[in-house]
Structures are given as structure tokens and as C-alpha cells.
Write a new protein. Structure first.
Ligand code: FES
Ligand SMILES: [Fe+2]
Length: 344
């Protein structure tokens, strides 16, 4: 499988760097070390130029990182600035560094040429909201499966009815009414209204309501989703598209997820979730994080099972259903981008 290098991938949580020690992570097959040089975050190859020791086993020293094998010291642009016992430092004594951004509490790394890093490609939150409007929590799960299977999962919510009946309490309607899928320049938009619903049990509504859920699934594997409960009639009033969020009467929540391919057959799935401040608190946030952990463990079981079968039967042809429209759109987009990518 190939993945585009000229994209932003989540490499780790921002707070993993708070301990002042370097952090090791793997993205698109490359081992990276992330560390803080003063206020800025540095991502570079996790490999000392001397004898290939892991720099993530090194020590942060102010604005530099020391390899703890024989003590070579690196600055924030990956250049060796000290070789204990040797005055001359070769010009070539440097490791590759990567462009880095911090967003949603995650460190995003541009895996291509840093000079080409396009900050316009970082995912934005939807119009009408900012992160501080929500009380969020986060988590991550490691998958023994290729990232694309997780993307397929996130582009077809009909699985909610079967995989997440207990965790999310999803009913069969998820499998009977496909979401509306629209191709975007860099992803797929999925939208769903349920009119005249009795609403989630925790809201205890006296009247029926309209429920909204909409998300963008963006290259190279980022989901940005809002959902909420609105007064009856809002679906029609909104032309069955995204509603005015100020009309929400409950359950307004944000979900952001990012799938990072670690290797051909492993991936890390990051998630952030939480209620809008007007409709929840820390306790409801914690409950949402716990349910997400439970639900994504259900996905993991299904997806790792698929990977075993796909590996055992590489000649297999898969049979799409009506629910696969979004998957087909997204995978075509990824195939087009990956044609110019190097294999992992
Ligand atoms: S391997 Fe890093 S200093 Fe020797
Ligand atoms: Fe799922």
C-alpha cells in the first residue's frame, strides 16, 4: 500500500512531550523522534549519524538533544553541534528533520520535503465552532491492520448497527438509510438527518426532535464530525444540510479522529471527543471517551480480523454495497494522490 508523503500525519499527543524526554514514534514506516527545543517542537529521524543509536533514547539538553550512546549532540535543525573529544564536525553530520504543527492537542508531521509543507492542508474545525467551545478528551488505539481498512470503516457508518449496537446504542436504521455522501476537493462529506426521532434517552425529551450528524473524512485519514439534537422541523428548515448550530437543544458534540499508518500492516488511531460547553460537562466528556474506547475496540476486532483474511487471500475481489459510495470516492482520491507517492 502507498500513502502520500506530502501530507500531515498525527505523530503523537502534544502532552507526551511535557516530561522533557524525547518521544519515539513511527509514521509511514519511518522512526521519528519528537522533542521540545525551548518552545518549539522538533521531529527528526530517530537515528544517530554515528552508529545509528536511537535518539529517542537520548537526553534533552535545553535547545539540543544528546545521543546517549557516545554523546553526539544535535541542535533543533538536526545538525550535530558537538562530538565529545573531536573538534571537527563534518558538514554532513545531520539528520533529516520534518515540518511540525500542533493542533487539537496532537503533533502533526509533514512527511514530505519540509520546504513543501502546506499548512493549508491541516484539517480545520467546521464553521461555527472552535475547539474551546467543547470540553474534550482524547485517546488512541494501535491496530495490527493497514490504515486504509480503518478509513473504510469510518466512511461507512452502516456498521454502527452491527458493530456498535451496545457501545453507541446504534439501531438498525443506520444500516437501512445510507448517509448522503458528497465528494470534496480533499475528502468526502457524509451527512445524515433523522427526523421525528424520540432523541437520545439521556435527553429525556417531551417532544420528538430532529437529529443531525455530519462529518468530513479528509486526506490522508482525518475525520471531523459534529452531531446534535435540534427542534422538530430543523432538518427541513436546513434543506437537509448542516443546520445552524445555535438552534441545537442538546447533545451537540465534536469528534476529531486521525488514522496514522505506522507500517504497511500497522496503524495508530487517534481520537478526540467531547460535548459542547452548553450541553455537557467533564463527567459527560469522560463518559464519551470511555464509550469511544469501547466502540473503537469493537472496530479493532473486526478490522484486524479482516486483515488476517485479506493477507491469507490476496487474490480476493471485494463486493461493494450501496453503503460503499463514500469509500469508493475516498479511495479513488487517495489512489490519485498515491500515484505520486513513494511506497512505504
Ligand atoms: S551512536 Fe550516537 S553517539 Fe554514537
Ligand atoms: Fe466503528
Amino acid at each position: 500500500m502507498v500513502y502520500p508523503r506530502n501530507e500531515w500525519y498525527v505523530a503523537c499527543f502534544e502532552d507526551e512531550l511535557d516530561a522533557g524526554a524525547p518521544v519515539s514514534t513511527q509514521v509511514l514506516g519511518s522512526w521519528l523522534v519528537l522533542w521540545r527545543a525551548g518552545k518549539s517542537v522538533v521531529a527528526m529521524d530517530d537515528r544517530c549519524v554515528h552508529r545509528a543509536a536511537r535518539l529517542s533514547q537520548g537526553r534533552c539538553e535545553g535547545d539540543s538533544l544528546r545521543c546517549m550512546y557516545h554523546g553526539l549532540r544535535y541542535d533543533a535543525v538536526g545538525k550535530v553541534v558537538e562530538i565529545p573529544g573531536q573538534d571537527l564536525i563534518p558538514e554532513s553530520a545531520r539528520v533529516r528533520t520534518y515540518a511540525v504543527e500542533v493542533r487539537c492537542g496532537w503533533i502533526w508531521v509533514w512527511m514530505g520535503n519540509p520546504a513543501e509543507a502546506d499548512r493549508g492542508r491541516l484539517p480545520n474545525l467546521p464553521d461555527q465552532v472552535s475547539l474551546s467551545d467543547f470540553i474534550t478528551g482524547a485517546g488512541a488505539l494501535d491496530f495490527s491492520a493497514e490504515a486504509r481498512l480503518i478509513s473504510d470503516n469510518l466512511l461507512d457508518f452502516s456498521h454502527l448497527a452491527f458493530v456498535h449496537a451496545s457501545s453507541f446504542g446504534a439501531d438498525l436504521a443506520w444500516a437501512h438509510t445510507p448517509m448522503k455522501a458528497t465528494l470534496l476537493e480533499r475528502g468526502v462529506r457524509a451527512e445524515r438527518w433523522i427526523e421525528n426521532s424520540s432523541g437520545p434517552a439521556f435527553l429525556n425529551l417531551s417532544d420528538t426532535c430532529d437529529e443531525w450528524l455530519g462529518y468530513d473524512y479528509l486526506v490522508p485519514g482525518v475525520l471531523v464530525m459534529l452531531n446534535g439534537v435540534f427542534p422538530k422541523g430543523t432538518a427541513e428548515l436546513s434543506g437537509f444540510r448542516k443546520p445552524d448550530l445555535s438552534l441545537a437543544i442538546g447533545g451537540l458534540a465534536l469528534n476529531v479522529q486521525a488514522v496514522t499508518p505506522k507500517t504497511e500492516r500497522t496503524a495508530r488511531y487517534y481520537f478526540l471527543t467531547g460535548p459542547h460547553r452548553n450541553f455537557g460537562d467533564e463527567a459527560s466528556r469522560d463518559a464519551m471517551v470511555a464509550i469511544n474506547h469501547q466502540a473503537f475496540a469493537e472496530d479493532k476486532l473486526m478490522i484486524e480480523g479482516q486483515q488476517i483474511i485479506l493477507d491469507a487471500t490476496p487474490e480476493l475481489t471485494l463486493m461493494p454495497t450501496i453503503h460503499d459510495r463514500g469509500i469508493t470516492m475516498y479511495n479513488r482520491l487517495m489512489d490519485r494522490l498515491s500515484m505520486i507517492a513513494e511506497p512505504l
